[in-house]
Write a protein that binds this ligand. Structure first.
Ligand SMILES: Nc1nc2c(ncn2[C@@H]2O[C@H](COP(=O)(O)OP(=O)(O)OP(=O)(O)O)[C@@H](O)[C@H]2O)c(=O)[nH]1
Ligand SMILES: [Mg+2]
Length: 362
Protein backbone atom coordinates (compact mmCIF):
# COMPACT_ATOMS: atom_id res chain seq x y z
CA UNK A 1 0.00 0.00 0.00
CA UNK A 2 1.58 3.27 -1.01
CA UNK A 3 0.84 6.97 -1.04
CA UNK A 4 2.01 9.42 -3.67
CA UNK A 5 3.12 12.93 -2.70
CA UNK A 6 1.65 15.10 -5.43
CA UNK A 7 1.51 18.85 -6.13
CA UNK A 8 2.86 21.73 -8.22
CA UNK A 9 6.64 21.97 -8.69
CA UNK A 10 8.66 23.64 -5.92
CA UNK A 11 5.95 23.53 -3.21
CA UNK A 12 7.91 21.34 -0.77
CA UNK A 13 7.06 17.78 -1.76
CA UNK A 14 10.61 16.45 -1.51
CA UNK A 15 11.14 18.45 1.68
CA UNK A 16 8.10 16.74 3.17
CA UNK A 17 9.29 13.38 1.89
CA UNK A 18 12.62 13.94 3.65
CA UNK A 19 10.84 14.85 6.86
CA UNK A 20 8.85 11.62 6.65
CA UNK A 21 11.66 9.28 5.67
CA UNK A 22 14.95 11.05 6.48
CA UNK A 23 15.94 9.75 3.05
CA UNK A 24 17.81 12.87 1.94
CA UNK A 25 16.08 13.22 -1.41
CA UNK A 26 17.06 16.27 -3.41
CA UNK A 27 15.01 19.30 -2.37
CA UNK A 28 15.96 22.42 -4.29
CA UNK A 29 14.64 25.86 -5.08
CA UNK A 30 13.78 25.28 -8.72
CA UNK A 31 10.83 23.58 -10.42
CA UNK A 32 11.19 19.94 -11.50
CA UNK A 33 14.03 19.16 -9.11
CA UNK A 34 12.46 15.71 -8.80
CA UNK A 35 12.09 13.60 -11.92
CA UNK A 36 12.30 9.93 -10.97
CA UNK A 37 10.09 9.20 -7.94
CA UNK A 38 11.81 8.73 -4.55
CA UNK A 39 10.47 5.85 -2.50
CA UNK A 40 10.57 5.60 1.30
CA UNK A 41 9.15 3.39 4.04
CA UNK A 42 7.69 5.15 7.07
CA UNK A 43 6.80 3.70 10.49
CA UNK A 44 3.24 4.38 11.57
CA UNK A 45 3.40 5.94 15.06
CA UNK A 46 1.21 4.07 17.55
CA UNK A 47 1.34 5.03 21.23
CA UNK A 48 -0.63 1.90 22.12
CA UNK A 49 2.43 -0.22 21.37
CA UNK A 50 4.53 1.64 23.94
CA UNK A 51 1.88 1.14 26.62
CA UNK A 52 1.44 -2.56 25.85
CA UNK A 53 5.17 -3.21 25.71
CA UNK A 54 5.37 -1.87 29.29
CA UNK A 55 2.56 -4.16 30.38
CA UNK A 56 4.12 -7.22 28.70
CA UNK A 57 7.72 -6.27 29.48
CA UNK A 58 8.54 -6.73 25.79
CA UNK A 59 12.09 -6.76 24.50
CA UNK A 60 11.19 -4.71 21.46
CA UNK A 61 8.46 -2.84 19.66
CA UNK A 62 7.75 -3.38 15.97
CA UNK A 63 5.73 -0.69 14.25
CA UNK A 64 3.88 -1.26 11.05
CA UNK A 65 4.71 0.89 8.04
CA UNK A 66 3.50 2.47 4.82
CA UNK A 67 5.30 3.55 1.68
CA UNK A 68 5.52 7.10 0.35
CA UNK A 69 6.40 8.05 -3.23
CA UNK A 70 7.79 11.53 -3.83
CA UNK A 71 6.58 12.29 -7.34
CA UNK A 72 7.65 14.93 -9.87
CA UNK A 73 5.73 18.22 -9.81
CA UNK A 74 2.71 18.65 -12.07
CA UNK A 75 1.83 21.81 -13.95
CA UNK A 76 -1.21 23.04 -15.85
CA UNK A 77 -1.37 21.27 -19.21
CA UNK A 78 0.53 18.25 -17.90
CA UNK A 79 -2.05 15.82 -19.25
CA UNK A 80 -1.31 17.32 -22.67
CA UNK A 81 2.43 16.94 -22.24
CA UNK A 82 3.37 20.23 -20.49
CA UNK A 83 6.16 20.14 -17.90
CA UNK A 84 7.18 16.54 -17.42
CA UNK A 85 3.99 15.57 -19.17
CA UNK A 86 2.46 12.16 -18.91
CA UNK A 87 5.41 10.51 -17.25
CA UNK A 88 4.47 11.49 -13.70
CA UNK A 89 0.83 10.65 -14.35
CA UNK A 90 1.81 7.00 -14.68
CA UNK A 91 3.70 7.36 -11.36
CA UNK A 92 0.48 8.56 -9.76
CA UNK A 93 -1.49 5.70 -11.29
CA UNK A 94 0.59 3.24 -9.25
CA UNK A 95 -0.27 4.67 -5.83
CA UNK A 96 -3.30 3.83 -3.69
CA UNK A 97 -3.89 7.31 -2.28
CA UNK A 98 -2.66 10.87 -2.76
CA UNK A 99 -1.01 13.31 -0.36
CA UNK A 100 -1.55 16.61 -2.14
CA UNK A 101 0.95 19.26 -0.97
CA UNK A 102 -0.31 22.83 -1.25
CA UNK A 103 1.92 25.85 -0.81
CA UNK A 104 0.50 27.99 1.99
CA UNK A 105 3.61 30.01 2.88
CA UNK A 106 4.85 33.38 1.67
CA UNK A 107 8.53 33.52 0.76
CA UNK A 108 9.70 35.70 -2.08
CA UNK A 109 12.88 33.69 -2.37
CA UNK A 110 11.06 30.48 -3.27
CA UNK A 111 9.85 30.39 -6.86
CA UNK A 112 6.16 29.71 -7.45
CA UNK A 113 5.56 28.38 -10.98
CA UNK A 114 2.49 30.59 -11.36
CA UNK A 115 4.05 33.70 -9.84
CA UNK A 116 1.80 34.12 -6.79
CA UNK A 117 0.47 32.24 -3.76
CA UNK A 118 -3.06 31.01 -4.37
CA UNK A 119 -3.77 27.59 -2.90
CA UNK A 120 -7.23 27.08 -4.41
CA UNK A 121 -6.01 27.92 -7.92
CA UNK A 122 -3.12 25.49 -7.35
CA UNK A 123 -5.35 22.70 -6.07
CA UNK A 124 -7.78 23.11 -8.94
CA UNK A 125 -4.99 23.10 -11.51
CA UNK A 126 -3.69 19.79 -10.19
CA UNK A 127 -7.13 18.25 -9.81
CA UNK A 128 -8.05 19.27 -13.36
CA UNK A 129 -4.96 17.57 -14.77
CA UNK A 130 -5.95 14.37 -13.01
CA UNK A 131 -9.49 14.75 -14.33
CA UNK A 132 -8.30 15.38 -17.92
CA UNK A 133 -6.11 12.33 -17.81
CA UNK A 134 -9.03 10.23 -16.52
CA UNK A 135 -11.37 11.66 -19.12
CA UNK A 136 -9.08 10.53 -21.90
CA UNK A 137 -9.04 7.03 -20.48
CA UNK A 138 -12.78 6.89 -19.86
CA UNK A 139 -13.53 8.25 -23.34
CA UNK A 140 -11.42 5.53 -24.93
CA UNK A 141 -13.05 2.78 -22.96
CA UNK A 142 -16.50 4.28 -23.49
CA UNK A 143 -16.34 4.24 -27.28
CA UNK A 144 -15.22 0.61 -27.22
CA UNK A 145 -17.91 -0.45 -24.75
CA UNK A 146 -20.69 1.37 -26.60
CA UNK A 147 -19.92 -0.58 -29.77
CA UNK A 148 -19.57 -3.92 -28.03
CA UNK A 149 -22.63 -3.41 -25.83
CA UNK A 150 -24.87 -3.59 -28.90
CA UNK A 151 -24.03 -7.27 -29.26
CA UNK A 152 -23.14 -8.11 -25.65
CA UNK A 153 -25.94 -7.20 -23.29
CA UNK A 154 -23.75 -7.83 -20.25
CA UNK A 155 -21.75 -4.69 -21.04
CA UNK A 156 -24.74 -2.39 -20.65
CA UNK A 157 -23.99 -1.88 -16.98
CA UNK A 158 -20.42 -0.82 -17.65
CA UNK A 159 -21.56 1.48 -20.43
CA UNK A 160 -24.02 3.26 -18.11
CA UNK A 161 -21.39 3.53 -15.44
CA UNK A 162 -18.87 5.02 -17.84
CA UNK A 163 -21.49 7.48 -19.02
CA UNK A 164 -22.10 8.62 -15.47
CA UNK A 165 -18.40 9.07 -14.74
CA UNK A 166 -17.75 10.75 -18.08
CA UNK A 167 -20.46 13.31 -17.36
CA UNK A 168 -19.00 14.08 -13.94
CA UNK A 169 -15.46 14.44 -15.31
CA UNK A 170 -16.69 16.70 -18.07
CA UNK A 171 -18.23 18.94 -15.41
CA UNK A 172 -14.80 19.15 -13.76
CA UNK A 173 -15.70 16.79 -10.91
CA UNK A 174 -13.33 14.14 -9.58
CA UNK A 175 -14.35 10.51 -10.07
CA UNK A 176 -14.38 10.05 -6.28
CA UNK A 177 -17.25 12.53 -6.03
CA UNK A 178 -19.52 10.20 -8.04
CA UNK A 179 -21.75 8.07 -5.81
CA UNK A 180 -21.48 4.40 -6.74
CA UNK A 181 -22.72 1.12 -5.32
CA UNK A 182 -20.23 -1.61 -4.38
CA UNK A 183 -20.50 -3.46 -7.67
CA UNK A 184 -19.82 -0.35 -9.73
CA UNK A 185 -17.04 0.63 -7.38
CA UNK A 186 -15.38 -2.67 -8.28
CA UNK A 187 -15.62 -2.01 -12.03
CA UNK A 188 -14.17 1.47 -11.64
CA UNK A 189 -11.26 0.13 -9.53
CA UNK A 190 -10.06 -1.70 -12.65
CA UNK A 191 -9.45 1.58 -14.46
CA UNK A 192 -7.32 2.95 -11.57
CA UNK A 193 -8.57 6.46 -12.27
CA UNK A 194 -6.37 9.16 -10.76
CA UNK A 195 -9.22 11.34 -9.59
CA UNK A 196 -10.87 8.34 -7.88
CA UNK A 197 -7.99 7.95 -5.43
CA UNK A 198 -8.54 9.22 -1.90
CA UNK A 199 -6.78 12.50 -1.05
CA UNK A 200 -5.37 14.34 1.95
CA UNK A 201 -4.49 17.99 1.44
CA UNK A 202 -1.27 19.02 3.19
CA UNK A 203 -0.95 22.74 3.77
CA UNK A 204 2.75 23.58 3.81
CA UNK A 205 3.01 26.67 6.05
CA UNK A 206 5.90 28.77 7.33
CA UNK A 207 7.44 27.70 10.61
CA UNK A 208 6.08 30.77 12.49
CA UNK A 209 2.54 29.84 11.49
CA UNK A 210 2.58 26.50 13.24
CA UNK A 211 1.87 27.86 16.71
CA UNK A 212 -0.77 30.31 15.46
CA UNK A 213 -4.34 29.96 14.20
CA UNK A 214 -4.84 28.92 10.58
CA UNK A 215 -3.63 31.55 8.11
CA UNK A 216 -5.89 32.78 5.30
CA UNK A 217 -4.49 30.23 2.85
CA UNK A 218 -5.17 27.32 5.17
CA UNK A 219 -8.69 28.55 5.90
CA UNK A 220 -9.44 28.52 2.17
CA UNK A 221 -8.08 25.00 1.75
CA UNK A 222 -10.21 23.78 4.66
CA UNK A 223 -13.32 25.32 3.12
CA UNK A 224 -12.52 23.71 -0.22
CA UNK A 225 -11.81 20.28 1.25
CA UNK A 226 -14.96 20.32 3.34
CA UNK A 227 -17.06 20.39 0.17
CA UNK A 228 -15.49 17.19 -1.11
CA UNK A 229 -15.17 15.62 2.36
CA UNK A 230 -11.37 15.39 2.15
CA UNK A 231 -9.03 15.70 5.11
CA UNK A 232 -6.57 18.58 5.70
CA UNK A 233 -3.30 18.45 7.63
CA UNK A 234 -1.17 21.53 8.36
CA UNK A 235 2.57 21.10 8.39
CA UNK A 236 5.78 23.08 7.97
CA UNK A 237 7.80 20.81 5.73
CA UNK A 238 11.07 22.65 6.07
CA UNK A 239 11.17 22.68 9.86
CA UNK A 240 9.95 19.08 9.98
CA UNK A 241 12.80 18.04 7.66
CA UNK A 242 15.30 19.83 9.90
CA UNK A 243 13.87 18.16 12.99
CA UNK A 244 13.90 14.74 11.36
CA UNK A 245 17.63 15.05 10.75
CA UNK A 246 18.39 15.51 14.49
CA UNK A 247 19.00 12.72 17.01
CA UNK A 248 16.40 12.15 19.73
CA UNK A 249 17.91 14.36 22.47
CA UNK A 250 18.54 17.26 20.13
CA UNK A 251 15.06 16.82 18.77
CA UNK A 252 13.40 17.28 22.14
CA UNK A 253 15.43 20.39 22.94
CA UNK A 254 14.76 21.93 19.56
CA UNK A 255 11.03 21.26 19.72
CA UNK A 256 10.87 22.76 23.20
CA UNK A 257 12.69 25.88 22.01
CA UNK A 258 10.21 26.28 19.18
CA UNK A 259 7.24 25.54 21.42
CA UNK A 260 6.21 22.69 19.13
CA UNK A 261 5.56 18.99 19.25
CA UNK A 262 6.02 16.71 16.25
CA UNK A 263 2.27 16.11 16.09
CA UNK A 264 1.95 17.48 12.54
CA UNK A 265 3.98 14.74 10.94
CA UNK A 266 2.50 12.02 13.17
CA UNK A 267 -0.96 13.22 12.32
CA UNK A 268 -0.17 13.13 8.62
CA UNK A 269 1.16 9.56 8.79
CA UNK A 270 -1.84 8.37 10.81
CA UNK A 271 -4.27 10.10 8.46
CA UNK A 272 -2.48 8.55 5.48
CA UNK A 273 -2.86 5.11 7.04
CA UNK A 274 -6.59 5.65 7.54
CA UNK A 275 -6.89 7.07 4.03
CA UNK A 276 -5.60 3.77 2.66
CA UNK A 277 -8.42 2.01 4.53
CA UNK A 278 -5.97 0.30 6.87
CA UNK A 279 -6.22 -0.62 10.56
CA UNK A 280 -3.86 -2.37 12.98
CA UNK A 281 -4.29 -5.32 15.25
CA UNK A 282 -1.68 -5.97 17.91
CA UNK A 283 0.22 -8.95 19.30
CA UNK A 284 2.04 -8.56 22.58
CA UNK A 285 4.34 -10.72 24.69
CA UNK A 286 7.79 -10.80 26.26
CA UNK A 287 9.54 -11.10 22.91
CA UNK A 288 7.82 -8.20 21.23
CA UNK A 289 4.82 -5.92 20.98
CA UNK A 290 3.88 -5.51 17.38
CA UNK A 291 1.31 -3.86 15.12
CA UNK A 292 0.07 -5.65 12.01
CA UNK A 293 -1.72 -4.06 9.10
CA UNK A 294 -5.00 -5.27 7.65
CA UNK A 295 -7.67 -3.73 5.46
CA UNK A 296 -10.63 -2.41 7.43
CA UNK A 297 -13.32 -5.10 7.37
CA UNK A 298 -10.93 -8.08 7.30
CA UNK A 299 -11.94 -11.22 9.17
CA UNK A 300 -9.89 -13.04 11.81
CA UNK A 301 -8.36 -15.73 9.52
CA UNK A 302 -7.08 -13.03 7.12
CA UNK A 303 -5.50 -11.23 10.06
CA UNK A 304 -3.86 -14.50 11.19
CA UNK A 305 -2.48 -14.91 7.66
CA UNK A 306 -0.57 -11.64 8.03
CA UNK A 307 1.54 -13.30 10.72
CA UNK A 308 1.93 -16.63 8.97
CA UNK A 309 0.08 -18.42 6.16
CA UNK A 310 -0.05 -21.56 8.37
CA UNK A 311 -2.04 -19.62 10.92
CA UNK A 312 -4.64 -18.75 8.34
CA UNK A 313 -4.82 -22.26 6.91
CA UNK A 314 -5.12 -23.94 10.31
CA UNK A 315 -7.15 -21.18 11.95
CA UNK A 316 -9.14 -22.35 15.00
CA UNK A 317 -9.96 -19.18 16.91
CA UNK A 318 -8.76 -15.74 17.86
CA UNK A 319 -8.50 -14.89 21.57
CA UNK A 320 -9.27 -11.21 21.41
CA UNK A 321 -9.43 -8.20 23.72
CA UNK A 322 -9.68 -4.53 22.85
CA UNK A 323 -6.65 -2.37 23.63
CA UNK A 324 -8.76 -0.29 26.03
CA UNK A 325 -10.04 -3.29 28.01
CA UNK A 326 -6.54 -4.74 28.28
CA UNK A 327 -5.06 -1.51 29.61
CA UNK A 328 -7.92 -1.17 32.10
CA UNK A 329 -7.40 -4.72 33.33
CA UNK A 330 -3.66 -4.09 33.73
CA UNK A 331 -2.37 -7.37 32.30
CA UNK A 332 -3.36 -10.29 30.09
CA UNK A 333 -3.64 -12.58 33.14
CA UNK A 334 -5.96 -10.18 34.96
CA UNK A 335 -8.03 -9.69 31.83
CA UNK A 336 -8.41 -13.46 31.54
CA UNK A 337 -9.49 -13.75 35.19
CA UNK A 338 -12.14 -11.14 34.60
CA UNK A 339 -13.38 -13.01 31.52
CA UNK A 340 -12.58 -10.07 29.23
CA UNK A 341 -10.85 -12.16 26.57
CA UNK A 342 -13.30 -13.17 23.89
CA UNK A 343 -12.94 -16.32 21.84
CA UNK A 344 -13.70 -15.20 18.27
CA UNK A 345 -14.29 -17.44 15.24
CA UNK A 346 -13.81 -17.33 11.47
CA UNK A 347 -16.46 -14.71 10.84
CA UNK A 348 -15.17 -12.19 13.34
CA UNK A 349 -14.38 -8.81 11.78
CA UNK A 350 -11.19 -7.54 13.40
CA UNK A 351 -11.27 -4.02 14.83
CA UNK A 352 -8.53 -1.45 15.07
CA UNK A 353 -6.57 -1.98 18.30
CA UNK A 354 -7.69 -5.55 18.91
CA UNK A 355 -5.02 -7.46 20.83
CA UNK A 356 -5.09 -11.05 19.56
CA UNK A 357 -3.62 -14.49 20.22
CA UNK A 358 -4.42 -16.90 17.38
CA UNK A 359 -5.00 -20.61 18.00
CA UNK A 360 -4.33 -22.82 15.00
CA UNK A 361 -3.63 -26.38 13.81
CA UNK A 362 -0.32 -27.08 12.12
N1 LIG B 1 10.21 29.08 3.32
C1 LIG B 1 9.93 27.80 3.11
N2 LIG B 1 10.53 27.15 2.11
C2 LIG B 1 10.22 25.87 1.90
C3 LIG B 1 9.27 25.15 2.70
N3 LIG B 1 9.17 23.90 2.23
C4 LIG B 1 10.02 23.82 1.19
N4 LIG B 1 10.66 25.00 0.99
C5 LIG B 1 11.67 25.29 -0.04
O1 LIG B 1 11.07 25.23 -1.31
C6 LIG B 1 12.00 24.74 -2.28
C7 LIG B 1 11.40 23.59 -3.03
O2 LIG B 1 11.25 22.47 -2.16
P1 LIG B 1 11.19 20.98 -2.71
O3 LIG B 1 10.86 20.11 -1.55
O4 LIG B 1 12.35 20.65 -3.55
O5 LIG B 1 9.91 21.11 -3.66
P2 LIG B 1 9.23 19.98 -4.59
O6 LIG B 1 7.76 20.20 -4.45
O7 LIG B 1 9.77 18.65 -4.30
O8 LIG B 1 9.67 20.50 -6.02
P3 LIG B 1 9.86 19.66 -7.42
O9 LIG B 1 10.56 18.37 -7.13
O10 LIG B 1 10.66 20.58 -8.24
O11 LIG B 1 8.49 19.48 -7.93
C8 LIG B 1 13.26 24.36 -1.51
O12 LIG B 1 14.19 25.42 -1.65
C9 LIG B 1 12.78 24.25 -0.07
O13 LIG B 1 13.79 24.56 0.85
C10 LIG B 1 8.66 25.86 3.79
O14 LIG B 1 7.86 25.32 4.55
N5 LIG B 1 9.03 27.18 3.94
MG1 LIG C 1 10.82 17.33 -5.48
Amino acid sequence: MKLGIVGLPNVGKSTLFNALTSAGAEAANYPFATIEPNVGVVNVPDERLEVLSEISNSERIVYTNIEFYDIAGLVKGASKGEGLGNQFLSNIREVDAIVHVVRCFDDENIIHVDGSIDPIRDIENINLELIFSDLEQVDNRYSKVVKKARAEKSLAKERDLLEKIKTALEEGKSAREVELDDEKEKIIKNYSLLSAKPVIYVCNVAEEELTKDDNEYVKKVREYAEKTGDEVVVISAEIEAEIAALDDDEKELFLEELGLDSSGLDKLIKSSYRLLGLISFITTGEMETRAWTIKRGSKAPTAAGKIHTDMERGFIKADTISYKDLVEAGSVAKARDKGLIRSEGKEYVVEDGDVIVFKFNV
